[in-house]
Design a protein around this ligand. Structure first.
Ligand code: WT7
Length: 674
């Protein structure tokens, strides 16, 4: 792949001496075992997964068949006909015999201030989830309804997700960094009658006015008549900002508090939807991916155990349970699978972190590791890179000896960041797992396994059990059988955690994932397979950006820009960014009567923040009189990417450009902004 990321991530041989040693040393009998186990798992996916489903999950009624359907028509289903409840499996069963873990910690919550911590046992979790479930039911929420959640990282978020699962409602969690516009789109898309929010959240010492943002969303015309109630948790912030009592609002903390802590589980079909999660694609509005019940639960549980070397907790722990911390936000798939469902389904404790790695200072993560004796720590390369900037002093102040496994997710990790994480944080003793996956895959699909498969910095290494990864020639669509290969990444057989459809638009699901290479699931990423068969992700092959691990469609940013009256045309491309991985660079031509000015650039930046959210703030906005167009009137994004990255020497063929002089003009503008 010719993307800037590919270039950036070519393993630097100077950097590889340590990691190469790691690779050689880890070539162990466990690795041999992985190879045969993995081969067996993909040679018969049906028995591999049905055996696990029966031994790892508690079913109310057994499933007749493990898997049916095909990629081609998007009819894959797992364990259909089986009856199960995910909340029961994540909470109730651990409170009862034979597990008897009711008194064990289920959630360690650390608020914005380091002194603000809570430990919630499995029994408390069960009671709290039941209260929220009863409060939802009492308000009219029923099985199959979509409940939108716009919440800070507080235990109530987990309670509400699990309460939905308990009563068969479908949660649609929206990351708390999204704007009112983005919330409104998602409420409208899912026809969600119910919204749960909090009066405010806190992050880095600042209040997040979540209820106000939610109110603004609900009042938009496209949501009027859809939303019946907005449930507001208001206990956690004194005088929550801008509280207005209207018919639509329910003071949820009060309602929850007066519920009975007992609520029966709704037994769901394994293929009933569990949740919707919106994510960006290369075209159009974000799509609501639908994850179903039984398959997702099994996949979340299994990958959490395998990827982080964790055993399911089957009895009271004798002080040696893992302390597992995924410091992502529950508003993204990472939080769904590896904060909420995966850990709790294994009966371990999970960690909820409300703050940022920089608050009150850049030692926050390491302070938490020391205080909570965290043994598994899971974060994103962008966080590691931003902490590295502050040097080695902060991590060295803390006792990090409890750590055993370090994880990364969201984008390829550059060797320098890998090395820092491995050596300084892990004291060269921990496994670093580089987990590759997507909102669509539900859980990890490629990663090394601690103590089992070798690591290579920058490579997500080898497929998970049950996952058959293939590299295709992007042009012919043929499988590349040689070990060393470069092409597009596809998956050949269904797996239980895969998303089943795009809400309300199955055709889009087929078009995006199943049609590009018939018979395969197309992930949208390019990759290289090295001489050992290890996978290196080279980045998206579509118009999706990865900014600090956040997935943003260039089309979304473009439509935010063209909605502004000053903008005639907009073309958005990614630029390599030292900390964020990718930054956002916007080229715009202006409508008649508008002139280039700093003021306008500021306005356009705000337009993107308002349409999507602050995390999508452009790094560069370049108004111009012309964009590089083909004679047939298509914007040449390939050329814009090169201009934005300052790679003029590798521009490639510009002979089809209508006006080749725009290249020079735009390059000058870009250079000025650097
Ligand atoms: C895209 C999915 C899955 C959780 C967070 C992001 C990129 C993800 C890795 C990795 C290289 C990675 C891919 C993928 N990605 N993990 N370990 N190495 N790239 O989920 O928002 O659905 O984004 O993130 O490009 O397609 P998402």
């Amino acid at each position: 792949m010719s993307s800037p990321e590919a270039k950036r991530l070519k393993p630097n041989s100077d950097n590889m001496s340590g990691p190469k040693a790691i690779y050689d040393a880890a070539t162990s009998s466990n690795f041999e075992l992985y190879k045969s186990d993995h081969a067996a798992s993909i040679s018969d996916i049906s028995s591999y997964w049905s055996e696990l489903a029966n031994s790892k999950l508690d079913w109310y009624a057994p499933f007749p068949n493990a898997v049916s359907g095909s990629f081609e028509d998007g009819s894959v289903s797992w364990f259909a006909g089986g009856k199960i409840n995910v909340c029961y499996n994540a909470v109730d069963r651990y409170c009862n015999a034979p597990y008897n873990r009711g008194g064990e910690t289920a959630i360690i919550w650390e608020g914005d201030e380091p002194t603000d911590t809570k430990y919630i046992t499995y029994l408390e979790l069960q009671n709290n989830v039941c209260r929220v479930a009863n409060a939802l039911k009492a308000s009219g929420v029923s099985k199959g309804d979509v409940v939108t959640l716009y919440m800070p990282m507080i235990p109530e978020l987990t309670y509400t997700m699990l309460a939905c699962a308990r009563i068969g409602a479908v949660h649609s969690v929206i990351f708390a960094g999204f704007s009112a516009d983005a919330i409104a789109d998602r409420i409208e898309g899912a026809k969600s009658k119910w919204v749960v929010t909090a009066s405010a959240g806190k992050r880095g010492g600042r209040d997040l006015p979540l209820k106000n943002i939610c109110d603004a969303a609900v009042k938009k015309e496209r949501c009027v008549g859809i939303v019946e109630k907005v449930f507001v948790f208001d206990g956690m912030v004194p005088n929550g900002s801008g509280w207005i009592e209207e018919d639509i609002h329910v003071r949820f903390s009060d309602l929850v508090d007066c519920q009975r802590p007992v609520c029966p589980c709704e037994w769901m079909d394994a293929e009933d939807p569990l949740f919707i999660l919106y994510t960006s694609g290369s075209t159009g509005k974000p799509k609501g991916l639908v994850h179903t019940t039984g398959g997702y639960a099994l996949y979340a549980m299994h990958t959490t155990a395998k990827s982080f070397g964790i055993a399911q907790q089957t009895g009271p722990s004798n002080g040696n349970a893992p302390v597992y911390a995924c410091v992502a936000d529950a508003g993204w798939i990472t939080g769904h699978t590896y904060i909420v469902y995966g850990p709790l389904l294994n009966g371990i404790s999970t960690f909820m972190f409300e703050s940022t790695p920089m608050y009150p200072d850049c030692g926050r993560y390491w302070d938490m590791v020391q205080r909570h004796k965290i043994s598994v720590f899971y974060t994103a390369p962008t966080a590691i890179r931003s902490l590295m900037r502050f040097g080695d002093e902060a991590p060295k102040k803390y006792d990090l000896s409890s750590l055993k496994v370090l994880g990364t997710v969201g984008e390829p990790i550059n060797p320098a960041a890998w090395q820092w994480y491995y050596e300084l944080i892990g004291n060269s003793k921990c496994a670093v797992v580089d987990t590759y996956w997507q909102t669509e895959t539900g859980g990890h699909v490629i990663t090394n396994l601690p103590g089992v498969t070798p690591m290579k910095p920058g490579s997500c290494t080898l497929p998970c059990y049950g996952i058959e990864v293939i590299v295709l020639d992007p042009v012919t669509g043929k499988e590349i059988t040689e070990t060393e290969a470069e092409g597009v990444l596809v998956i050949k057989q269904p797996w239980p955690g895969m998303a089943r459809t795009c809400l309300g638009d199955h055709q889009r699901y087929l078009n995006v994932y199943m049609k590009p290479y018939p018979g395969y699931y197309f992930a949208g990423d390019g990759c290289r397979r090295d001489e050992h068969g290890f996978i290196w992700i080279t980045g998206r092959v579509d118009d999706v950006l990865n900014v600090s691990g956040h997935r943003i469609g260039t089309a979304e940013v473009e439509s935010a820009l063209v909605a502004h009256p000053a903008v005639a045309q907009a073309a958005v491309v990614g630029i390599p960014h030292e900390i964020k991985g990718q930054g956002i660079c916007c080229f715009t031509t202006l409508a008649e009567g508008f002139a280039e000015s700093d003021e306008l650039v500021k306005e356009l930046r705000n337009a993107v923040r308002t349409h999507i959210g602050p995390f999508a703030t452009p790094d560069m906005i370049i108004p111009t009189s012309a964009l590089p167009m083909t004679r047939s009137g298509k914007i040449m994004r390939r050329i814009l990417r090169k201009i934005a990255a300052g790679e003029l020497d590798t521009l490639g063929d510009t002979s089809t450009l209508l006006d080749p002089s725009v290249v020079g003009t735009l390059s000058e503008k870009v250079e000025k902004l650097r």
